[in-house]
Design a protein around this ligand. Structure first.
Ligand SMILES: [Zn+2]
Length: 372
């Protein structure tokens, strides 16, 4: 085994280690190349940033993690996360009622609804599906729609990798190690880590910080691809032909990603005890951060992009309802705008001012400014 593989395997040995069947799985191999390529492209534009090695963890629930081992940074994406994201977007694009302005919807055949589209474990996916009929694992028939499904999957996977890289470059790992004696961050609470947790308020603040980094970095990545569209294969150029269009798909992907990773039921008690911000909180911050980013850059179409983001988010809710028996699920957003949740959100944001000085000695990039 290559040394890098061995170290990765050891770094995540308590969580399943390196994904074992890698040679068999082309799609999973692609993800490793895309992830490592993404990190090196970011580093080529900012030489202060550290290296991090991306690979897959042999675990069949939705999760991702990052750690520091032998002085090196590792980002581990659970193999299940890739499969679940891909199954979700392929199911959506093979439905003729979803994202109807893309490709030829007449080629698509609606597949049976599944009970719950917010699946976080591979076993649950199979439990919901009674046989291996291809109709249950639909693939878009129209090539353009298949390309869109691939774009949505890769955008979400890259966002997840950038979120982990955000924990690294903002110094979260060293800070956590100082407080808890563990460098490890994971994205869904995991019992193995229950002894080494930061307090929930600090944890939520760091998660919001990693989301902000990922939103910034992921939109820059999209902008760079749009600007260098000439180098792309002809059959995917249409996705990037204008920034607004690809931005709308970007929001669709990331909003869906939060929907998949989020808790199904938010509660007031959970606001103070959870290690993660609520789904609605993350979705609303993503959309408001975009508006701020564009305003700072003096771009004149802030309101228009904001409207596109809102419309795209609404499309995601409609799409989840089309493919599953859940119906429109606006609970997360409705919960996030309740007075108790808004008050808590304000506390998490203000807490940045308490956490920021602790990160300063460890951060490898500019930390977000103090909150006024
Ligand atoms: Zn995180």
């Amino acid at each position: 085994m290559k040394k890098q593989f061995q170290e990765f395997d050891q770094a995540f040995k308590y969580y399943g280690g390196l994904y074992k069947n890698i040679e068999k799985a082309n799609m999973l191999n692609d993800v490793i190349d895309v992830g490592n390529g993404l990190i090196s492209s970011i580093r080529s534009r900012d030489n202060r940033l550290p290296d991090a090695y991306v690979n897959l963890v042999d675990e069949w629930t939705l999760n991702a993690r990052t750690t520091k081992f032998n002085g090196k940074y590792f980002i581990g994406i659970n193999a299940a996360a890739i499969v679940l994201l891909k199954v979700l977007f392929f199911r959506m694009l093979s439905n003729p009622k979803i994202l109807i302005s893309y490709g030829d919807i007449l080629k698509e055949v609606e597949s049976p609804k599944i009970h719950n589209a917010q699946i976080t474990c591979i076993e649950h996916l199979y439990l919901q599906i009674d046989d291996l009929n291809p109709l249950h694992f639909p693939v878009p028939k129209d090539p353009a729609r298949k390309s869109i499904a691939e774009f949505l999957s890769y955008t979400a996977i890259k966002y997840l990798i950038l979120h982990e890289y955000g924990h690294i470059v903002m110094g979260h790992l060293e800070y956590k190690n100082e407080v808890t004696n563990s460098f490890s961050f994971n994205e869904v609470f995991c019992i193995t880590d229950s002894k080494n947790q930061l307090n929930p308020l600090i944890s939520q603040t760091l998660e919001m910080d990693a989301d902000s980094y990922a939103t910034n970095a992921s939109l820059s990545d999209l902008q760079i691809i749009v600007e260098n569209m000439g180098q792309l294969p002809d059959d995917v150029k249409f996705i990037y032909k204008n920034f607004k269009e690809s931005f709308s798909l970007w929001v669709f992907s990331i909003y869906s990603f939060f929907r998949l990773f989020g808790n199904k039921k938010d509660s007031v008690e959970q606001l103070k005890t959870s290690f993660y911000p609520t789904t609605g909180m993350r979705q609303i911050s993503m959309v408001t951060l975009i508006a701020k980013l564009y305003a700072q850059n003096g771009k004149k179409y802030t309101d228009e992009l904001f409207q596109i983001a809102l419309q795209s988010s609404a499309q995601v809710e409609k799409s989840f309802a089309e493919i599953s028996e859940q119906g429109i699920g606006l609970e997360s957003i409705e919960f996030a705008v309740r007075p108790e949740a808004k008050e808590h959100f304000g506390i998490v944001l203000k807490n940045w001012n308490n956490v920021r000085p602790h990160l300063e000695p460890f951060a490898k990039a500019n930390l977000a400014p103090v909150v006024e």
